[in-house]
Design a protein around this ligand. Structure first.
Ligand code: FAD
Length: 181
């Protein structure tokens, strides 16, 4: 099966990782309009290995989620991509069960780590999709097009609404589209 993942943020790379774990022989293609991985987990790097997380800054979870997805959390924690957050954020609403993590190398490094461990067959950055036809044919603004068996869109809703996508005329996405008008 030929699968296209649109976007290279947390959602897409985690989906790629889970698909690869469950279906080792699946053919995964990933396209993102950006120049590199991360999406809204964006990091600005400065001199002397300094950096600042511009998007996601910390990740909140709880024990039941950690145990449900223990394979992923154990992998991210043991590789030092996630460490417990030791500070308090003033004004943050908290439940007693909440657990917060930060990424000591910047949150985009978590996305990169998931990507590296998903063995995606074909990754292209700088590729912006503009049209998805019900046949599975996907067109990009540079004129490139390819057909897939399954297309997983992880763009934020406003960016999905920019796509020419007849399938948006039906079902849940149609509802969302109207909510955002
Ligand atoms: C300032 C800020 C602070 C935040 N802080 C936190 C926080 O502390 N904790 C937390 O949990 N969350 C936080 N968030 C939210 C968190 O960053 C997002 O929920 C998360 O990164 C979304 O990941 P995603 O993969 O779903 O989407 P994205 O990261 O947005 O990935 C979607 C990708 O799709 C690509 N794309 C879009 N359109 C196209 C197209 N037509 N063709 C090809 N590619 C396309 C984009 O380039 C992007 O890389 C914050 C967000 C912001 C903006």
């Amino acid at each position: 099966m030929n699968v296209l993942l649109v976007g290279c943020g947390f959602t897409s790379t985690l989906t790629a990782f889970l698909l690869r774990s469950k279906y080792p022989n699946i053919h995964l293609t990933l396209w993102d309009k950006a120049r590199g991985p991360g999406g809204r987990a964006s990091v600005r790097r400065g001199p002397n290995e300094t950096f600042v997380d511009l998007g996601t800054q910390f990740i909140t979870t709880n024990n039941s989620i950690i145990s449900k997805y223990s394979v992923i959390y154990n992998m991210l924690i043991s590789s030092n991509n996630l460490v417990p957050m030791m500070c308090k954020v003033i004004g943050m609403r908290e439940s007693p069960d909440d657990k917060h993590f930060i990424a000591p190398n910047g949150t985009s490094s978590v996305v990169k780590y998931l990507l590296d461990n998903s063995k995606v067959n074909d990754i292209k950055f700088g590729r912006r999709i503009c049209t998805i036809l019900p046949t599975g044919n996907v067109k990009c603004i540079d004129g490139y097009e390819q057909t897939f068996d399954l297309i997983i869109i992880t763009n934020p809703i406003p960016q999905i609404l920019e796509l020419e996508c007849p399938i948006l005329q039906t079902g849940v996405l149609y509802y969302i589209k109207n909510q955002y008008r």
